[in-house]
Design a protein. Structure first.
Ligand code: GP9
Ligand code: MN
Length: 710
C-alpha cells in the first residue's frame, strides 16, 4: 500500500493512476451505458484494450511540462476534459443510441437550451462513477495526501511515453483492421469506430472529417450537381391523374406529431383508445392514410423530419443538417415553391425557442415568411413543459395569428408535449384514461402524453370546422420519429403483445412506422388506408401533386406515394432499408412476414442487391447535394432563389395585419372573411392553464434574437 502511494507521488505513478482510472471508466461505460455489440472474444479483447492507447497518448502531453505547477494542472485538465467527453457521450447515447460528433457538438451550442430539461432526465444514479475519481483525487491533492513530484520527466522519456502510446495505438488499429477491414475508410456506423478504437479516436477522426466537409463545399463544382440531377430525373414518378390537384388551392395545415409512432393509432390500453380522435380521422372517408410509412431520421430527429418533408432530401449521416449546415445551405423547399407557384403564405407555429435546431436561421433559407416561436406565446408558469408551450395552448393561442394570414396558407404546427421524458402535469391528465403499467415510466407516460396530444388535435379541428376553414383545407398529419427508443422497446413488447425475451433488430425496425394522413374534406369521400411502403422523403412530391403543382423540375429524392411508379424501397439513414417483402438490417435480410432471416431465391437476391444499390446511391447523392451545397448551382424554371435577408420573424402579427389593410376587401385572411371579426372566441379548450396567472418561474427561457415587441 505504501509502495503504491509512493508510486502515485511520482509523476509516472500519477500518470499511470489517471490512465488506469479512465480506462476503467470507459469500460464501465462500454458495459453499462453503451451497447457496442462485441460478438466474439477477439472483439472483446479489442474493446477492452482500445481506451488504453489514446488515453496514454493524450495524458503523456503533460510530461512535456517540466514544472510541477504546470504538469499537475495540465494532466488533471486533460483527465477532466476526457471524462467530460465520455460523459456527454453517455448522456447522448441514452437518447440517440449513437455517439456525439463534432457536428452534433457544435450543433448543441445552438440547441442546448431546449435540451437541458431532458438531459437532466437522462442522468442516472450510477453516473457518480464517472466523476468520483476526479473529485477524490482533487481532494487528496488538496489535503496533500497525493504530493506533487517536483522532479521533471526528461524530454526523451516523455517522448518515449508518447511513442509507446502511438505504437500501442498502431497495434490497436491493425487488430481492428484485421477484424473489420477498411474500418475508417468506409465509415457507416459510429458504433463500430467506438467499438474498435474508442471514443477519443472517434472524436479526433470526426474532427478531421468535418474539416474535410468545409473544404469540400469550397471546391464543389456544377458537374457534381449534374450527377444528382440525372439520378432524380431517372427516378421521378409521374402523378396519378386521379389524385393530381384534388386539393388544389386549399390551405395546407401541417400537424407535426412529436415522437408519435404508428403503433399508437388504433391502440387500446385498458380497453380504452389512446388516440380516439386520430383514430376517427384515420378511418374517415375524407382521409388518405398510410400504414407502412416510415420515419427516416438520423441524429437530427425533428429537424431531419422537417428537412425531409420540406425538401425531399435526406438528413445527414451525422448530426443535424439544420444545425450544422442549415444556416448557409441553399434549399428549394415547400414554402418557397408553393409561394412562387401558387401564391401561398407560409408560417410555422412552434412553442419552443426559435434557436432550437437552428430554426430561426434555417426557416429563412426554406422561405418561411412567418415563424411564431415561443416568444409569441405566454409560456409562463405551468403553460409549458421542457420543450415549450403545451399542445392544447399552442393550437389555441396560434389562432390569433393564423386568422390574419392571407389564404391559401401553408401552416405548420410543431407539437412538443409528447416529447421525451413525457412529463405532463396532473392537471392535464385525463382522469378517465388509465395508462399501462409496464414498470418503465417512459413507456407508461408516453401513452398519457399521446392521449393529451390527441385531445389537443380534436379541439383544433373543432375550431377549423366551426370557422369553415376546414372545408377548404388539406390537413396533413405525420409523426416525426420514434418516441420509445430501441433500448426501451423491450419494455413496450408486452403492450404490443410481444415477448421481450426474443425482441430483435427486426422488431425495432418495424417500430420505425409513423403515421401519415392527408385529410381532404369534401373531396368525394374516396379516402382509404394505403399499404404502400414509403418514407418521409416521399411526402413533398406527394403533397405538391395533391395541390396540382408539378414536382418534376425540382431535385427531390422521394416519389409521389400515390404514383404507380412510386419506389417502395425505403432507405433508413443508417443504410438499412425496408421493402414490402424484406428488410435489410446490418446486411442481414429478414422476411417481413416471419420476422426471421430470409432464404432468398437467386432472383430475390438480385432484387435486394438492386434495392441496396439504390439506397446507397440515393443517400450518397443526397449527402453530396447538401454537404457540398450543390443546389446553389441549380436554377429550375421559374424558381427565384430564396434570399434569407428578405425574412424577419419579428412583429409577425403586425406584418400580417398591414398586408390585410393594404389588400382591403381583397384580403383573404380568415379574419377578413369573417367580416373583420376575430375568430378567437370560436376556439374552445379544456386546458386548465389558460387562466392561470404566471407566478411560477418559466420552464423555458425565451431568447429569440429576431423577435421583439410583439
Ligand atoms: C424542439 C422539438 C424537439 O423544438 O422540435 O426536437 P427533437 O428532440 O424531437 O429532435
Ligand atoms: Mn421530434
Amino acid at each position: 500500500m505504501k509502495k503504491l502511494s509512493k508510486f502515485v507521488d511520482t509523476r509516472i505513478g500519477f500518470f499511470t493512476l489517471l490512465v488506469v482510472l479512465f480506462w476503467f471508466k470507459t469500460l464501465f461505460a462500454y458495459f453499462t451505458d453503451f451497447n457496442l455489440g462485441a460478438s466474439n472474444i477477439f472483439q472483446y479483447i479489442i474493446l477492452i484494450f482500445n481506451p488504453l492507447a489514446t488515453t496514454a497518448l493524450i495524458y503523456s502531453i503533460a510530461f512535456y511540462f517540466k514544472r510541477a505547477r504546470f504538469f499537475y494542472p495540465v494532466i488533471m485538465g486533460l483527465a477532466i476534459a476526457n471524462t467530460l467527453l465520455l460523459y456527454l457521450n453517455v448522456i447522448y447515447y441514452r437518447e440517440f443510441t449513437d455517439f456525439m460528433t463534432i457536428a452534433t457538438m457544435t450543433g448543441y451550442s445552438k440547441v442546448n437550451q431546449g435540451l437541458s430539461g431532458s438531459s437532466l432526465a437522462l442522468t442516472n444514479l450510477h453516473d457518480v462513477f464517472y466523476w468520483l475519481d476526479i473529485v477524490v483525487i482533487v481532494v487528496l491533492m488538496l489535503l496533500r495526501v497525493i504530493r506533487f513530484d517536483r522532479r521533471a520527466i526528461g524530454t526523451r522519456l516523455a517522448f518515449a511515453f508518447t511513442s509507446m502510446s502511438l505504437v500501442l495505438f498502431g497495434v490497436n488499429l491493425s487488430l481492428a483492421e484485421m477484424d473489420r477491414p477498411q474500418l475508417l475508410g468506409r465509415t457507416f456506423d459510429r458504433n463500430y469506430i467506438v467499438k474498435y478504437l474508442g471514443i477519443d479516436t472517434f472524436t479526433g477522426y470526426d474532427l478531421v472529417k468535418s474539416q474535410h466537409i468545409h473544404e469540400m463545399r469550397q471546391s464543389a463544382t456544377k458537374s457534381e450537381l449534374d450527377k444528382v440531377k440525372e439520378f432524380t430525373d431517372k427516378h421521378y414518378a409521374k402523378p396519378d391523374p386521379q389524385m393530381y390537384g384534388i386539393a388544389k388551392g386549399r390551405n395546407v395545415i401541417i400537424i407535426h406529431l412529436e415522437s408519435f409512432q404508428q403503433f399508437l393509432v388504433d391502440k387500446k390500453v385498458n380497453d380504452q383508445e389512446v388516440t380516439p380522435f386520430l383514430n376517427s380521422l384515420y378511418h374517415s372517408k375524407d382521409t388518405y392514410a398510410f400504414d407502412n410509412f416510415f420515419h427516416q431520421v438520423g441524429q437530427g430527429k425533428t429537424s431531419d423530419a422537417e428537412n425531409m418533408l420540406e425538401t425531399s432530401t435526406f438528413g445527414l449521416p451525422q448530426g443535424s443538417l439544420f444545425a450544422t449546415l442549415g444556416s448557409d445551405n441553399t434549399f428549394q423547399a415547400a414554402p418557397a415553391i408553393l409561394n412562387q407557384r401558387a401564391g401561398y403564405t407560409s408560417a410555422v407555429f412552434h412553442g419552443n425557442v426559435a434557436s432550437f435546431w437552428n430554426r430561426n436561421n434555417v426557416y429563412k433559407n426554406l422561405g418561411y415568411q412567418y415563424f411564431f416561436d415561443a416568444s409569441y406565446y405566454d409560456t409562463s408558469g405551468d403553460k409549458a413543459t421542457g420543450y415549450g408551450l403545451k399542445d392544447k395552448l399552442l393550437f389555441k393561442d396560434s389562432v390569433k395569428y393564423l386568422q390574419n394570414l392571407q389564404q391559401p396558407f401553408y401552416a405548420k404546427f410543431i407539437t412538443v408535449t409528447n416529447h421525451f421524458p413525457y412529463d405532463l402535469d396532473d392537471e392535464d391528465k385525463d382522469p378517465n384514461f388509465q395508462t399501462t403499467n409496464t414498470g418503465d415510466s417512459n413507456v407508461d407516460n408516453y401513452f398519457v402524453t399521446a392521449h393529451y396530444l390527441d385531445q389537443s388535435l380534436a379541439e383544433f379541428f373543432n375550431y377549423l370546422k366551426k370557422t369553415g376553414v376546414y372545408d377548404h383545407s388539406i390537413i396533413m398529419i405525420y409523426g416525426d420519429h420514434y418516441g420509445i427508443s430501441n433500448s426501451e422497446n423491450p419494455s413496450l413488447a408486452s403492450v404490443l403483445g410481444k415477448n421481450a425475451d426474443n425482441w430483435t433488430d427486426f422488431d425495432n425496425t418495424q417500430l420505425q412506422r409513423v403515421p401519415l394522413m392527408f385529410v381532404i374534406p369534401n373531396s368525394g369521400g374516396h379516402g382509404y388506408i394505403s399499404h404502400t411502403y414509403g418514407g418521409e422523403v416521399d411526402v413533398l412530391p406527394t403533397l405538391l401533386h395533391l395541390l396540382g403543382v408539378s414536382s418534376k423540375r425540382y431535385i427531390q429524392f422521394g416519389t409521389d406515394l400515390f404514383s404507380k411508379e412510386h419506389s417502395q424501397t425505403v432507405a433508413f439513414r443508417n443504410r438499412d432499408f425496408i421493402t414490402p417483402r424484406f428488410t435489410s438490417i446490418n446486411g442481414t435480410i429478414y422476411n417481413n412476414r416471419t420476422g426471421k432471416e430470409a432464404k432468398l431465391t437467386k432472383k430475390q437476391r438480385q432484387q435486394m442487391q438492386r434495392a441496396r444499390d439504390l439506397v446507397n446511391q440515393e443517400l450518397s447523392l443526397s449527402d453530396s447535394l447538401n454537404e457540398k451545397n450543390l443546389l446553389r448551382f441549380y436554377h429550375p424554371k421559374g424558381f427565384k432563389a430564396v434570399n434569407p435577408a428578405d425574412y424577419n420573424y419579428s412583429n409577425g402579427l403586425k406584418r400580417a395585419q398591414r398586408i390585410e389593410k393594404k389588400k382591403g376587401n381583397k384580403s383573404t385572411s380568415i379574419f377578413s372573411q369573417n367580416h373583420n371579426r376575430s375568430t378567437v372566441n370560436d376556439y374552445s379548450t379544456d386546458a386548465p392553464e389558460q387562466n392561470h396567472s404566471s407566478t411560477d418561474s418559466n420552464r423555458i427561457k425565451i431568447t429569440n434574437p429576431d423577435a421583439n415587441n410583439k
